[in-house]
Design a protein around this ligand. Structure first.
Ligand SMILES: [Zn+2]
Length: 232
């Protein structure tokens, strides 16, 4: 099989491949991926903080309820005249008053701690939101730059594709189909020379049986990297 036409095709295809790689390896693409990750992390953290805040607000509401109950008890006891009570009742009342006041004290401290926690959450939430907004803004800029790059290379890509279409007609159809399959899988170059007994790309030694068939088949397929191997 004549593989000259496929080699000619691949030579031109290399130019197209280079343009595609240039676009793929654009620093803007890498940066955009990084920024998307930052934005995503910030989003996840925001949701976590929201959940934490909600839980804390429920806790605060419980503490407040308990505080109000104890406060009401304490207010009730203000109206009691210990002088008019029996010794036993007066002692009970005093004990209760002590408990209620201690409760109020504890609850007040809990409220203060919760308020501090809420403030910390709010502060982190604002920071996270800012980080998200900033990442999002930069991401949009990167995407814009990528689009511009793509547009810039579009005419060159179109020109190469048209030329390749012309060359394609000279290549054996089934060989071309196999070539395109590999090209789509990002295997490139697709066809490489035999170097000694080795694949010109991955350096894996080829079986003698296969090598002996190169002349008749035009190419053999490297079992390791799946490339076409031809004899130069
Ligand atoms: Zn190989």
């Amino acid at each position: 099989m004549n593989i000259e036409s496929l080699l000619e095709y691949q030579k031109l295809d290399t130019e197209l491949f280079k343009v595609e790689q240039k676009l793929l390896e654009s620093p803007y693409r890498k940066k955009a991926t990084e920024l998307a990750n930052i934005a995503k992390k910030a989003q996840v953290r925001s949701t976590e903080l929201e959940t934490e805040a909600e839980k804390l607000l429920n806790e605060i509401s419980d503490i407040k309820e308990k505080y109000n109950l104890n406060k009401a008890k304490s207010d009730d006891m203000l109206g009691l005249d210990v002088e008019k009570m029996s010794m036993e009742d007066a002692e009970k009342s005093l004990n209760l008053k002590g408990k209620v006041l201690s409760n109020l004290n504890i609850l007040e401290k809990m409220l203060q701690k919760s308020a501090e926690k809420i403030n910390a959450i709010l502060s982190e939430f604002n920071k996270t939101k800012k980080a998200y907004d900033e990442a999002r803004k930069q991401y949009d800029v990167c995407k814009q730059k990528l689009e511009e790059e793509k547009k810039e290379y579009e005419p060159e890509k179109e020109r190469l594709k048209k030329e390749l279409q012309k060359l394609e007609k000279n290549v054996d159809a089934s060989l071309m189909a196999e070539y395109k399959k590999r090209r789509n899988d990002n295997i490139f170059p697709v066809i490489v020379p035999l170097e000694g007994n080795f694949c010109g790309r991955c350096r894996v030694e080829q079986p003698m049986v296969a090598i002996s068939r190169i002349k008749e088949n035009g190419v053999i397929i490297c079992e390791h990297c799946k490339r076409f191997i031809y004899k130069a």
